[in-house]
Design a binder for this molecule. Structure first.
Ligand SMILES: [Fe+2]
Length: 499
């Protein structure tokens, strides 16, 4: 059912509902107590005017328009529109409605909730966690069900796009893409824009963006597999200068395609790490684990990155994941925390992950162990309590701990992929065997499931936080949504309860 009856639209207005005029839908993100970023893209085929208007109202009828702002379409940037709204007319922790107006066309109506004031007393926050949405291998049913939840926002932990036309290692390819360059891997700015346009044409992804503001960080596939800085070890292009320009193009396409408010000095120096405070209840810290990291510790060939026994370099103090500046900022964020709970939105696995006495991946924190210990020591030193980590990348649900020693542990919850191939499709081993071997060999892991897709719900209160893993069948929506595990963390207790 439409959100508002068409009778409320003036005679000349056409409610496009996000199809022909706004083919990628609309979205909001990076809320502030009195601000929000709003996003859309105008169909180049109907474009004949640079100006577009964004309207915000307290109710879905738009009888009283609170804010009306004229924006300009970024013609050179894929006809995208980013509107940075800051206004004293917006109240903290309040829900608003917004829409775009292009000539006499109206977009569908989106919703967002502003952040509370930093010291505001907040009883409860509820959000969804999503990552790894490979369009080529599965339907966005996780998005469909997540859009039906009651949420304050969606946290996206990376791999919003995959840089290729389809996943060659997947058991099933559902939607094969054709990159404008004709290559199988993105190799130009237009390839990245094509990927964002195609992914965002999905109605379930559009619905999720329409309903909730997003907090987004990138991981590797927004540029290239296992990237670090400008380097892309699996790319067919090896030329350093070309890769540097490609990385810059990928960052630019991400920036103009996402409702994010991040600092851009230039597109090769885009600073995406940032934090959000949800009143007195929660601080969420988002880190960039691709831009500043060192190379992989024992070499860049696949057998050196995955299932490696190690070479000693993985423990070297010379190696960094966050880079000096981000690490200092991160320590400051941990130390200056005035909120009850701290959440670290961390794209790649922080806990140790071994299989057959080998490191599963040196692309995760296992390749950067010295810095991992530094962080755990810092947490111990400042006696930070009520911190937990939310992670993506592994295409598996994992509930476990990162630990410095027996006493000092930090709970970590890894969300499986929305669609991307599970580990059993990447590691040539039976999934049941894989799951039991990982659980046996990693005592700090309490739950490991790499045979499903889905999302996580985090429901936070003053006294406890529930972390709920929910799974979907990406081939069959009728199977619905299933709760796989529910973990509960009580305040001042790092050991979670599972039920
Ligand atoms: Fe991924």
């Amino acid at each position: 059912m439409p959100l508002f009856p068409s009778i409320l639209v003036s005679c000349e207005d056409k409610n496009d509902n996000g199809s022909s005029v706004f083919p990628q839908g609309i979205g909001s993100g990076d809320p502030k107590p009195n601000g929000i970023v709003l996003w859309t893209r105008v169909n180049p085929e109907i474009f004949d005017n640079h100006q577009i208007t964004v309207e915000i109202s307290e109710d879905s009828s738009f009888r009283d328009i609170l804010i009306s702002k004229t924006e300009y379409i970024n013609l050179q940037e894929n006809f995208t529109v980013k509107s940075y709204i800051t206004s004293s007319k917006l109240n903290p922790w309040q829900k608003y409605y917004y829409r775009f107006r292009y000539k006499n066309h109206l977009s569908s109506i989106g919703m967002f909730k502003t952040l509370p004031e930093k010291n505001q007393e907040i009883e409860k926050v509820r959000f969804g966690v999503l990552n790894c949405q490979d369009y080529s291998v599965g339907n966005f049913y996780a998005h469909r069900y997540l859009a039906q939840e009651d949420l304050d926002f969606v946290l996206f932990l990376g791999d919003y796009i995959y840089e290729y036309s389809f996943d060659k290692e997947a058991d099933k390819v559902l939607r094969k893409l054709n990159l404008p360059s004709g290559n199988e891997i993105a190799s130009a700015l237009e390839d990245y824009y094509y990927l964002y346009n195609t992914y965002k044409s999905d109605m379930y992804l559009q619905e999720l963006h329409r309903k909730f503001p997003f907090l987004v960080v990138w991981d590797d596939h927004e540029y290239a597999n296992d990237c670090y800085g400008y380097n892309a070890p699996d790319h067919f292009i090896k030329d350093e200068e070309y890769l540097k320009n490609l990385r810059t193009a990928a960052s630019k396409a991400w920036f103009y395609s996402m409702p994010v408010d991040v600092q851009v000095e230039s597109f090769d120096k885009i600073k995406i790490y940032r934090e959000f405070c949800f009143g007195d209840l929660m601080k969420i810290i988002l880190t960039d684990e691709r831009s500043y990291r060192s190379s992989h510790p024992c070499g860049e060939r696949k057998f050196q990155r995955y299932l490696s026994q190690g070479c000693g370099e993985e423990k070297s103090p010379d190696r960094t994941m966050l880079g000096e500046e981000q690490l200092n900022w991160f320590f400051y964020q941990l130390s200056s925390n005035e909120q009850r709970w701290t959440v670290w939105a961390n794209p790649v696995a922080f806990m140790k992950l071994k299989l057959d006495n080998r490191y599963i991946s040196f692309d995760s924190w296992d390749g950067y162990q010295y810095e991992r210990d530094l962080i755990l020591q810092k947490i111990k030193q400042i006696q930070l309590k009520n911190l937990f980590i939310l992670t993506g990348d592994l295409h598996s649900f994992v509930g476990g701990f990162a630990q410095l020693d027996e006493e000092n542990i930090v709970p970590e919850f890894i969300t499986t992929s929305a669609t991307s191939s599970n580990l059993d499709e990447i590691v040539p081993i039976d999934v049941d065997l894989l799951e039991s071997l990982v659980s046996l060999e990693n005592e700090h892991i309490k739950y490991f499931n790499s045979s499903t897709n889905g999302y996580t719900i985090v429901e936070m209160t003053k006294d406890y936080t529930d972390i709920i893993f929910k799974s979907v069948d990406i081939q069959n929506a009728d199977k619905g949504i299933k709760i796989k595990r529910n973990f509960r963390l009580y305040l001042n207790n790092t050991k979670f309860i599972e039920y």
